[in-house]
Write a protein that binds this ligand. Structure first.
Ligand code: ATP
Ligand code: MG
Length: 566
């Protein structure tokens, strides 16, 4: 491509709401243009990057035996009613009616559509296993679209679905897909970690997320310093704590604790570690039809993990409640405890099962119970609802957990028979008996990957594309377009590299050298061949974007040198 003809509107200005490097640089370097909240147009450079990512995905999927299909973006609402997900997904589903008044949904993911495609077509165990995928636009009416391509409303996803005759075979395919996803991210030049994940609204048993490690990531992941264990904090487990503080000594008693409402107040009042206090986090659990106040009890030194809390209640959402709402139920904020209290539903953290020496609210203004033995509450509902802390012990070894930030670029699930049962998609097994398909599902955020690559690969000058993601590998820069010898060499190199099928840009614009160089650094071509003044001595420069190093090469050696580098 000739830069003089290219549509690459670079700019000094970033969008006013842009805070992430990827959002700023992809906008400034003329890759993307925002149309409305969460909606972006891809300009030629972005389109090229997307195609390159898709190529890597397609190659690895082909190697793994998956087949590409393409399902319609507009999906019939009846399918979403059949699976029961129309309510679960809530407002994220964009619904509309056609001229015949039939309701449709813009596809946010395609489990229902893929099951519908396969049911009554794949009818025998002999046709299994089968893995079908597509790379397709998705639409989710996200509550808070932000960070450019990172969280759009319209975005591109690679979504794959596999069908099996047995759980064992699904497990095998799940591992094969994990390996394929690993290869894709490695080829794209990304530093990533595969972690255990929450299964969310899609449902199912095992699930893993592929996290690109970046400080700007929206997800917090807990990783073990000794073994391979890593998990999204939404799902992270611990086997215990690094150190258990000394237990306070006291008799069971009701104690007057004037104004001691917070955990900190209690710690000071009783001179005890927060570990031996009980925190009540009151929330409203919102269900399909109604909602209720739920009291979550955890140790004072822990925090409530909202995704775990949501899973423990089966709620669609967990929202805050006011003091007034609690008082209306007869609860006394600051003094709520699980004992002798039946005003609202309880969920107690697993770590409090049989806990001794605890201090908790006495459900009376200015009173707490001390030395509570939680084994008296063995009939209550216990669940894992607390977030792990840094320093906690790994669930698999004696290593310690620490936190790091990641960008979720992929998510793979063991779905089981959730969708095949709901949609009555069956095959005949070896004994001629009808069975629901056992399924797996594998998602990868293609447009989010464009942003994730830049989050991990940029500097204060702009983008730094990795080899398998770069829109153009080589940029040939003619410093002075009026210098005939520079033009002749530039044109010759351009022609020869094109013949070699190298993705090459020729910067033939009548602009200042500094301006063109800034532009090249902002866009992030891996290599720029600078044809400038040194040509008088038969020398040209190769500038490597990643290291910002320049090497001088003889003009006759430049062609072979650049081929060697790329
Ligand atoms: P998140 O937790 O970030 O909202 P999700 O868990 O809802 O994502 P999945 O349903 O697992 O997402 O979708 C598969 C992949 O699609 C994700 O791993 C992510 O890379 C991508 N993705 C999901 N939502 C968006 C979005 N709003 N914009 C861009 N990519 C997205
Ligand atoms: Mg996910």
């Amino acid at each position: 491509m000739r830069r003089s003809r290219a549509f690459i509107p670079t700019s000094k200005e970033a969008p006013s709401d842009a805070s992430l490097a990827s959002h700023i640089y992809l906008s400034r370097a003329g890759f993307i243009s925002q149309v409305a909240s969460g909606l972006y147009s891809y300009m030629p450079l972005a389109k090229k990057v997307i195609k390159k990512i898709e190529k890597v995905i397609n190659e690895e999927m082909a190697k793994a035996g998956a087949q590409e299909v393409e399902l319609s973006f507009v999906t019939p609402a009846t399918l979403w009613q059949e699976s029961g997900r129309i309510e679960k997904f809530g407002k994220e589903l964009l619904r509309f009616h056609d001229r015949k008044d039939n309701m449709f949904v813009l596809g946010p993911t395609h489990e229902e559509m893929m099951v519908d495609l396969v049911r009554n077509r794949v009818t025998s165990y002999k046709q299994l296993p089968m893995n079908l995928y597509q790379i397709k636009t998705k639409f989710r009416d996200e509550a808070r679209p932000r960070f450019g391509l990172m969280r759009g409303r319209e975005f591109i996803m690679k979504d794959g679905y596999s069908f099996h005759a047995s759980v064992e075979d699904m497990d095998r395919e799940f591992d094969a897909m994990e390996a394929a996803y690993k290869k894709i991210l490695t080829r794209l030049g990304l530093d990533f970690r595969i972690v255990e994940a929450d299964s969310g609204a899609i449902g199912g048993s095992g699930s893993k997320e592929l996290m690109v490690l970046a400080g700007s990531g929206e997800d917090t992941i807990a990783v073990c310093d000794k073994c391979e264990y890593g998990a999204n904090v939404e799902a992270a487990k611990r086997s215990g704590r690094a150190m258990i503080p000394k237990a306070p000594e006291a008799e069971f008693n009701k104690f007057k604790t004037p104004n001691a409402k917070s955990i900190e107040d209690l710690e000071n009042f009783f001179k005890v570690d927060g570990y031996y206090t009980m925190k009540c986090v009151a929330k409203r659990a919102v269900y399909e039809e109604d909602s209720e106040i739920v009291l979550f009890f955890i140790r004072g030194c822990d925090t409530l993990q909202e995704v775990k809390a949501q899973n423990a209640t089966g709620a669609l959402d967990i929202v805050d409640v006011s003091e007034e709402e609690l008082r209306a139920l007869g609860l006394i904020p600051g003094f709520i405890g699980p004992l002798e209290q039946a005003c609202a539903k309880h969920v107690i953290d697993n770590d409090l099962k049989d806990a001794k020496n605890m201090i908790c609210g006495a459900n009376e203004e200015d009173y707490h119970f001390v030395n509570v033995d939680m084994s008296v509450m063995s009939e209550a509902y216990f669940a894992d609802i607390a977030e792990v802390n840094e320093g906690d012990i790994c669930p698999y070894c004696d290593g310690k957990l620490s936190f790091t930030k990641g960008i979720e670029v992929g998510h793979i699930f063991k779905l089981g028979t959730t969708y095949s049962k709901a949609l009555k998609a069956e095959f005949l097994d070896e004994n001629g008996k009808a069975q629901p398909f056992v399924m797996g599902t594998y998602g990868m955020g293609v447009s989010r990957l464009v942003a994730a690559i830049i989050e991990q690969h940029h500097d204060d000058k702009g983008c730094i594309w990795t080899k398998e993601s770069a829109p153009y590998m080589v940029n040939i820069m003619i410093s002075n377009i009026k210098d005939e010898s520079q033009v002749i060499l530039g044109e010759e190199l351009y022609r020869r590299l094109l013949e070699e099928k190298v993705e090459v840009m020729l910067d033939d614009r009548k602009e200042r050298f500094g301006f063109k160089m800034n532009d090249a650094e902002l866009i992030g071509f891996p290599y720029t061949i600078i044809i400038g003044k040194e040509l008088e001595n038969d020398l040209v420069q190769i500038y490597e974007r990643k290291t910002t190093e320049k090497i001088l090469v003889h003009k006759d050696a430049i062609f072979s040198k650049i081929l060697e580098l790329i």
